[in-house]
Design a protein around this ligand. Structure first.
Ligand code: PSV
Ligand code: MN
Length: 392
């Protein structure tokens, strides 16, 4: 136990924070990493190949397992189909288990094939819609074979010009298609419906915002919930507000974490706006059990960053945000709010945000048996250089 941790622990305890409870919550944190963040990917202008990047789904699982080994809080990996297609899904599930992680969300892909130029589940032609539905039903089978309990849907559907298609007709087709997929969900699994306000469509997107996603989920049933990708909002959007609304309605299914400066930048979560991430986590922590089933996933693709270090830093930034949210004195906050103390309550929040939680995280990591400074450990291991030589 370091001196700095003892000092911080005393300070927090004096404010009424249950430090052991905070540590227990941090030990339980679970951040899922995406298979596509380990392979070569980039922007639409250029993909700079990275020699250390994983070349197939097995290497992606190896890399995700390494991030879990170093952080202790990333025990699952999301797959994107068909990017991660294999013939034997059970074997892939076992491969992951052998490496110490699980297969997480299955992400269907209905945005790459030629036939999806004008949409997938909302396409005017029934053949195209059926092809997209069949693909998603196959993804439900993959879930059963790999032990995944999340079908995470994002659609590129939309139009580029006013009048190009009927927004309301497309909405009816979308609901009809989603109902057919929903009927194939494995028992005890969930469908997460992701929204994005633009791109690749630039006039309208069929699931553009949380309200649209929420309305669809309500029409589908309890197994359908909203997925919030932090990069999928117009500048200035208060994401913490959206999180609060969805939690309260029991429809927050999960996150795709990343950071943005401009559009869907897919930068390292917590890098551009750590305060926004903190406010999101304070909503989750203060919601208690309401947030119990939320899936925390990263959705990033790194173009110029070393891939493993970028993913590890992303996971650790989520850990820092949770630590800061956990040391907010929510009882004290309630009193100040009831008194209408505008700046007292704000200062209480800022007090937690500005606290240096590094000694606390070092203590948590040493209790979990993972490196106290995972980034330093990764760098010292020289693994990215070794992988570059092996995978080149
Ligand atoms: C779309 O921008 C998105 O956020 C969806 O989650 C996709 O599945 C992912 O990025 C990868 O393209
Ligand atoms: Mn996403």
């Amino acid at each position: 136990m370091s001196e700095s941790f003892v000092r911080l622990s005393d300070e927090l305890s004096s404010k009424g924070i249950d430090v052991e409870g905070v540590i227990a919550s941090l030990k339980k944190q679970h951040i899922e990493t995406p298979s596509w963040g380990y392979g070569n990917s980039g922007t639409r202008f250029r993909v700079f190949p990275n020699s250390a990047a994983a070349r197939n789904v097995h290497e992606k699982i190896d890399d995700a397992a390494l991030i879990h080994k170093l952080s202790g809080i990333a025990p699952s990996v999301a797959l994107h189909i068909p990017w991660d297609y294999v013939s034997d899904w059970k074997a892939l599930g076992s491969y992951a288990t052998d490496k110490g992680i699980k297969i997480g969300a299955i992400n269907p892909n209905v945005f790459q094939d030629e036939i999806y130029m004008l949409g997938s589940l909302c396409h005017a032609k029934v053949d195209v819609r059926n092809k997209a539905i069949e693909h998603m039903v196959e993804c439900c089978e993959i879930m059963s074979a790999t032990g995944s309990d999340l079908l995470s849907i994002w659609l590129a559907d939309g139009t580029n010009y006013a009048g190009q298609d009927s927004i309301r007709n497309r909405k009816a087709l979308l609901l009809d298609s989603l109902k057919k997929i929903y009927a194939n969900l494995p028992a005890d699994s969930r469908m997460l419906l992701e929204y994005k306000f633009f791109e690749p469509a630039f006039y309208h997107t069929d699931i553009a915002d949380w309200g649209t996603s929420f309305a669809l989920c309500q029409r589908l049933g309890d197994q359908a919930q909203v997925l919030v990708d932090t990069g999928h909002h117009a500048p200035g959007t208060n994401i913490a507000y959206i999180v609060a609304q969805l939690l309260d309605e029991g429809r927050l299914g999960g996150f795709h974490f990343n950071s943005r400066n401009y559009a869907d930048d897919d930068l390292i979560v917590g890098s551009t706006n750590p305060f926004e991430l903190f406010t999101i986590f304070t909503e989750l922590v203060s919601a208690g059990d309401l947030a119990a089933d939320v899936a925390y996933m990263i959705d990033q693709s790194h173009n110029i960053e070393p891939k493993l270090e970028a993913m590890l830093l992303s996971v650790l930034n989520c850990q820092t945000a949770l630590a800061k949210a956990l040391i907010v004195d929510y009882k004290g906050l309630e009193t100040l709010q009831a008194d209408g103390d505008v700046l007292g309550s704000h200062r209480l929040m800022m007090d937690a945000f500005e606290t240096d939680v590094r000694p606390l995280l070092a203590e948590v990591r040493s209790r979990m048996g993972v490196p106290v400074d995972p980034i330093k450990e990764l760098r010292a291991s020289g693994i990215e250089t070794k992988l570059a030589a092996a995978r080149r």
